[in-house]
Design a protein around this ligand. Structure first.
Ligand SMILES: Nc1ncnc2c1ncn2[C@@H]1O[C@H](COP(=O)(O)OP(=O)(O)O)[C@@H](O)[C@H]1O
Ligand SMILES: [Mg+2]
Length: 443
C-alpha cells in the first residue's frame, strides 16, 4: 500500500474516494446502500438514483497522460466533470497540487478553472461567426487579456497544432479533424498545466484520429502537460496512456501501465476488451519502452555521469543526446570509468556511435532481434529524438501475451477494415515493414 497522505502532497492530481450519485431527492439512502455494497442496478431500482462514479481513487503524476477507459455509460465523463466541478460530486476529494478542489469556495474555483485546467470535448462547438484565431483566443478574452497579446498567444497555439495559416478563416472552412485541432489549440492557449480531454478524438475518422494521437504525443514531448485523457477505445488508450484506468459501472476496476493491462487484466471485463485489440500492433516499441536514462552533452555531462555511475543504486549505462535532444550515441559504465581515468574530463571520445535503434511503431518481432546484444534499444521519433529504451526483459515480459493470443483464436489478429486502413497508413508513413504474420508466429 502506498501512503495516501504523501501522494496527496506530491502528486499533481490525486482523486480519492470520489462518489457521484445522480438524482433530485436526498441521496442519503442511495449512498448508504452503496456503502453496504449494493450494485448500480440495485441502487437504481430501490431509490431511482443513478450511481455515476463509485468510489474512484487514482493518482496522476506531473507530465503524464493518464487515460480513463471504459464502455459508454461507465462513468468517464461524470468522473472528469467532477474534477473541475462541472458536476458537484456527492463525496470525495480531488487534490490538485495538494489543494482539495472540492473544498474551495466559488471564487477560488473560478480561478482554478481559468488558470489550472483546460478542457477539450468530443463535440467542440466553435463560434461560427468568429475567426479561427478569435475562437482560440476566446478563453483569454474572458480572462481579461488584451487583444494584441491574445492574438499572439492564440497564433502560437494554432502553430502548435499546425493550423496557423487558417487563423483568419471562419470555422465553416474547416474539416472535422481541423475543428478538433482548434479545440486543442484553445485549450493549449490557456497555458494550464492540466488538460482534461473527454473523448476528444472519438468522433474522428481512424486515420485522422491516429494523426491526432501522434500529434498529442509529439506535443507532449515539448509541453509535458498533465493530461487526463478519456476514451472508450482501448487501442487509443494503450497508445497514448502512460497509465490506464479501466472503468466499469462507475468503478475503477484496474489501473496499470498499458503492458500491465494487456498482460495481466484484472477481471473478465478488462480481458474482454483485449479480444478486440490487435495485440501485435499494440505491443510496439513505444508501448513496451521505458524512459531512457540519458546524458545531455555539454551540460556537465562528464561530472554527472561519473557521479551517477558511482552512486550505487543508480543507472550505469546511458544514452547521450545533444542540445536538440538528438541521440549521439551510447556510453557504458565501463567507458565512463575509462573517461575518468583518462583525466581529460571528456566523454565524447568514449561514446559508442553504433547502437541499436528502432522506430516507435516497431513490432515485438523486430525488437526481439535487436535486444539480443544486451544494449538497450533506443526508440527514436521522426525528429531523431530519444523517446525511450527497450531492454530484453521488456520484450520477454510482453512476449507471453502474443503467444497466448495465437493459441486463443485465429481471428484475434484480424483487424477490422477501418483499422487495417489506419495500420497501413501508418506503415506507409514510417516505412515499418513488419507484418502481423511475422509477429503472430513468434510463439
Ligand atoms: N445528468 C445525469 N442524470 C442522471 N444520470 C446521469 C447523468 N449524467 C450521466 N448519468 C448516468 O451516469 C452514468 C455514467 O455516465 P457518463 O459519465 O456519461 O458515462 P461515459 O462518459 O463513460 O459514457 C450513466 O449510467 C449515465 O446514464
Ligand atoms: Mg462520456
Amino acid at each position: 500500500m502506498q501512503n495516501s497522505a504523501m501522494e496527496k502532497q506530491s502528486a499533481k492530481l490525486h482523486v480519492e474516494n470520489l462518489i457521484m450519485i445522480f438524482g433530485k431527492a436526498s441521496k442519503k439512502e442511495a449512498l448508504s446502500l452503496f456503502r453496504q455494497g449494493a450494485s448500480k442496478e440495485e441502487i437504481l431500482n430501490r431509490t431511482g438514483h443513478v450511481l455515476g462514479v463509485a468510489n474512484a481513487s487514482f493518482t496522476v503524476q506531473e507530465g503524464e497522460i493518464f487515460v480513463v477507459m471504459g464502455l459508454s455509460g461507465s462513468g468517464k465523463s461524470t468522473l472528469i466533470r467532477c474534477i473541475n466541478r462541472l458536476i458537484e460530486p456527492t463525496s470525495g476529494h480531488v487534490y490538485l497540487d495538494g489543494e482539495d478542489v472540492l473544498a474551495v469556495d466559488e471564487q477560488r474555483l473560478r480561478e482554478i478553472r481559468r488558470t489550472r485546467m483546460a478542457m477539450v470535448f468530443q463535440h467542440f462547438a466553435l463560434l461560427p461567426h468568429k475567426t479561427v484565431v478569435d475562437n482560440v483566443a476566446y478563453g483569454l478574452k474572458i480572462r481579461g487579456i488584451q487583444p494584441e497579446e491574445r492574438r499572439s498567444v492564440a497564433l502560437e497555439a494554432l502553430d502548435m497544432v499546425g493550423l496557423k495559416s487558417w487563423a483568419d478563416r471562419l470555422p465553416e472552412n474547416l474539416s472535422g479533424g481541423m475543428k478538433q485541432r482548434v479545440g486543442l489549440a484553445r485549450a493549449l492557449a490557456m497555458d494550464t498545466d492540466i488538460l482534461l480531454m473527454d473523448e476528444a478524438f472519438s468522433a474522428l475518422d481512424p486515420l485522422i484520429r491516429r494523426e491526432m494521437q501522434n500529434e498529442l504525443l509529439e506535443l507532449q514531448v515539448q509541453l509535458k502537460k498533465t493530461v487526463l485523457f478519456i476514451t472508450h477505445d482501448l487501442n487509443e488508450a494503450l497508445r497514448v496512456g502512460n497509465h490506464v484506468a479501466m472503468m466499469r459501472d462507475g468503478k475503477i476496476v484496474q489501473i496499470g501501465s498499458p503492458v500491465e493491462i494487456i498482460t495481466q487484466p484484472a477481471d473478465d471485463y478488462v480481458a474482454a476488451f483485449m479480444r478486440d485489440v490487435d495485440q501485435s500492433r499494440v505491443l510496439t516499441a513505444e508501448v513496451v519502452m521505458k524512459p531512457a536514462d540519458y546524458l545531455v552533452l555539454g551540460r556537465d555531462a562528464f561530472e554527472i555521469a561519473v557521479k551517477r555511475v558511482k552512486a550505487k543504486d543508480d543507472a550505469s549505462d546511458f544514452y547521450v543526446v545533444n542540445g536538440q535532444e538528438k541521440v549521439e550515441g551510447f556510453i557504458s559504465k565501463q567507458n565512463i570509468l575509462r573517461a575518468e581515468k583518462s583525466g581529460k574530463k571528456d566523454l565524447v571520445p568514449f561514446i559508442e556511435r553504433e547502437f541499436p535503434t528502432t522506430e516507435p511503431s516497431a513490432s515485438l518481432s523486430d525488437l526481439y532481434a535487436l535486444v539480443a546484444d544486451g544494449v538497450p534499444v533506443a526508440v527514436i521519433d521522426r525528429a531523431g529524438r530519444l523517446m525511450g529504451v527497450v531492454t530484453a526483459s521488456d520484450v520477454l515480459a510482453s512476449l507471453a501475451t502474443v503467444e497466448h493470443v495465437g493459441e486463443d483464436s485465429n481471428g484475434a489478429n484480424v483487424a477490422e477494415p477501418a483499422d487495417t486502413a489506419a495500420n497501413d497508413g501508418e506503415k506507409a508513413r514510417n516505412g515499418n515493414g513488419a507484418s502481423l504474420e511475422q509477429t503472430a508466429t513468434l510463439g
